[in-house]
Every structure is written in structure tokens, then in C-alpha cells.
Ligand binder design. Structure first.
Ligand code: GRG
Length: 324
């Protein structure tokens, strides 16, 4: 299988997992469920749940995935919720997303606001389902030591402990990364920075929160649920920070030189909204180099870990030249 085929197979696997948590379109409030499902099912790369699953596998190996699955759906719901709100007239005012008319164009503004709210809340309802999974006994996986070593193996107390503590940690990462200290906080500064020049510090702050926080949450939750120890979690965060920056800079680049038919959303949105981006601040060529630098830093961190997931590393490499 070449990488494109592998990516397709992994995307299908993620789709199968996350769509199982969507609401049935029924009851008096059926319209909002339709609007939520419309946006969620429009496609998208499913990058965040994929990063979560593959980081989980990096530490958990081939152990079953039921504990991470509700979190995969939850993070994609939060991401989709943010896209719906980001496209609203009060924000970027965009008409196309994921190759379709945006939610407010199809369902009206009020229903789009409610669909975003609905997905955000459903995300936490869904993540909580991880507590209903039968307890697993994932061993702690250490970052250091040269080989994959397990703490707690042979220790009765650790062996019988449900992973509810890891789920609790994962829930708190998800909540904090979504709100004012994470994605939403970044969006606030982004909105306030429109129409004025900003420096690199402020731009990096926006990127690390607006885009980076959910990417970090995805990988860190995968690591926590997979049983990574604190040192390994820190290294995953370092990799995720670089992936998040590279991903947003590539988003800036594609907004200038991308193809709307491939992207599924309009190009030129940043210019329309008078946004400072990496491209306006550092130029196109330097931005392309920046994507490579940040991605290579992330790859180096992943390759330095004693445990390996070759697909995860290949995915980060692939993202450098992504066209959508
Ligand atoms: C939902 C709590 C809450 C707040 C919303 C509007 C908003 C606050 C935040 C916007 C955040 C945002 C849109 C950041 C940009 C991140 C980004 C690069 C999105 C594109 O992600 P892709 O390329 O999209 O992964 P697909 O469609 O492939 O999933």
C-alpha cells in the first residue's frame, strides 16, 4: 500500500468510529440534528481524531480502542462546531466549507448557531461515554529507557485500577483546550486582530491556541489514554505544538495559492477579512520553509521516542505538502 491508500484506509476507519456517535434526526428538535449532521458528515480530513487514535496506538500498541473512540468523536464534534461558527457572517462570513454550502447558508443563521452549540455540548456528552467502557488495564508506557517498558505490570493495585482516572485527565484536557485558554481564546485574539498589523508573537499566540490547542488535545488525550507517562506526554505536546503551527501556516499558504475545488472552501478568505498571516508577515517562500521546519521538529521528537508508529510519522510528513 502506498501512503495515499493507507491514508484512505485510516480515514475510513476513523469515519466509521466517529459517525457512530451522531444523533438520530428525530423529535421536535430534529432540524438542529440535521444541521449538526450536515456539517459533520460533509467530510473533512478527520485529522484530529486520526492523530488521537494514532498517538493512542503509539503507546497502547494493538490494545483495543474502545476507550479512545468517544474522545475521537468528541474532538471532531468540537472542531466541526468551531468551523460552523467560524463561517458565520459575524466571523469569516464564508459560503463554502468541506465542499458544501456552509451551515448558515443552508439552515439559516439561528440554526447554525444552535448546531454549533449542539455539537459542542454533544462532544462532552459523548466523551463522558468513555467512562462506560469496561475497565482496561493499560500499562504506563515510559518515554525513556530505550525500549517500550511497562510500569505497573505485576502490580495488583495498578492491574485492577479502572482507567477512569485517565479518562478524567482526558476530559479535563479536552475542556481546557476548547475554551478561553485554548481554541476559543485564540479565536478571540484573532477576531480582535482583524484589520490591524500584528507582530509574530501575537500571531504565534493566536495559532498556538486557535489551531494548536485542539491538535495538542488530540495527541495528548491519545497519549494519556494509551498510558504514556508524564515525560512521554511532554514530548507528545512538543511534537503537537510544532504540528499545530505547521498546519496553520500551511492553511495560510493554501488560502493564497490553494485550489478552491480541492480545498472545498474559498481561497482569499484571510485577505477578505484583513488578517495578518504567516504569508503576509514572512512571505510565501519563507512560510513554506517554516512549515518544513516546524514539521521536521515534530518528526524529530516522534523519531526520538523509544516506541514507534510509522503511520503517525508518515502522516506528519505528508501534511507538509498537503493540498487540502
Ligand atoms: C466551538 C467553543 C467553540 C468556539 C468557536 C469560531 C471559533 C470559536 C474558533 C475557530 C477556530 C478555527 C476555525 C480555527 C482554524 C483551524 C483550522 C486550520 C481549521 C481547518 O481545519 P481542517 O483543515 O478542516 O482540519 P477539515 O475540514 O479538513 O476538518
Amino acid at each position: 500500500m502506498n501512503f495515499k491508500e493507507e491514508l484512505q484506509a485510516h480515514t475510513s476507519e476513523v469515519e466509521r468510529i466517529i459517525t457512530a456517535y451522531l444523533p438520530k434526526e428525530e423529535g421536535y428538535q430534529k432540524t438542529v440534528m440535521e444541521a449538526m449532521n450536515y456539517s459533520f458528515l460533509a467530510g473533512g480530513k478527520r485529522l484530529r481524531p486520526m492523530l488521537m487514535l494514532e498517538t493512542y496506538r503509539l503507546f497502547a500498541g494493538s490494545r483495543e480502542t474502545s476507550v479512545v473512540e468517544p474522545f475521537m468523536a468528541a474532538i471532531e464534534m468540537i472542531h466541526t462546531s468551531s468551523l460552523i461558527h467560524d463561517d458565520l457572517p459575524a466571523m469569516d462570513n464564508d459560503e463554502y466549507r468541506r465542499g458544501r454550502k456552509t451551515t448558515h447558508i443552508v439552515y439559516g443563521e439561528a440554526m447554525a448557531i444552535l448546531a454549533g452549540d449542539g455539537l459542542l455540548n454533544l462532544a462532552f456528552e459523548t466523551a463522558l461515554k468513555a467512562l462506560e467502557q469496561k475497565p482496561q488495564i493499560p500499562p504506563l508506557v515510559k518515554a525513556a529507557g530505550g525500549s517500550m517498558s511497562e510500569c505497573g505490570a505485576g502490580n495488583d493495585a495498578e492491574e485492577t485500577k479502572p482507567d477512569s482516572q485517565r479518562v478524567q485527565t482526558a476530559l479535563s484536557i479536552l475542556a481546557r483546550s476548547t475554551g478561553i485558554y485554548g481554541m476559543m481564546g485564540g479565536q478571540v485574539v484573532d477576531v480582535e486582530s482583524e484589520g490591524m498589523p500584528i507582530d509574530r508573537d501575537r500571531l504565534d499566540f493566536i495559532y498556538e491556541l486557535k489551531t494548536g490547542a485542539l491538535i495538542n488535545a488530540a495527541m495528548l488525550i491519545g497519549a494519556v489514554l494509551g498510558g504514556a507517562d508524564r515525560e512521554a506526554q511532554n514530548r507528545i505536546s512538543e511534537a503537537a505544538r510544532n504540528i499545530g503551527l505547521a498546519f496553520q501556516i500551511q492553511d495560510d499558504i493554501l488560502d493564497v495559492i490553494g485550489d478552491q475545488a480541492v480545498l472545498g472552501k474559498p481561497v482569499g478568505s484571510d485577505q477578505k477579512n484583513e488578517k495578518t498571516t504567516y504569508v503576509t508577515l514572512r512571505g510565501l517562500e519563507q512560510s513554506v520553509r517554516d512549515v518544513e521546519v516546524f514539521s521536521n521538529r515534530a518528526i524529530a521528537v516522534l523519531e526520538d521516542l523509544p516506541m514507534k508508529n510509522t503511520y503517525l510519522t508518515a502522516l506528519v510528513k505528508y501534511l507538509i505538502g498537503r493540498e487540502k
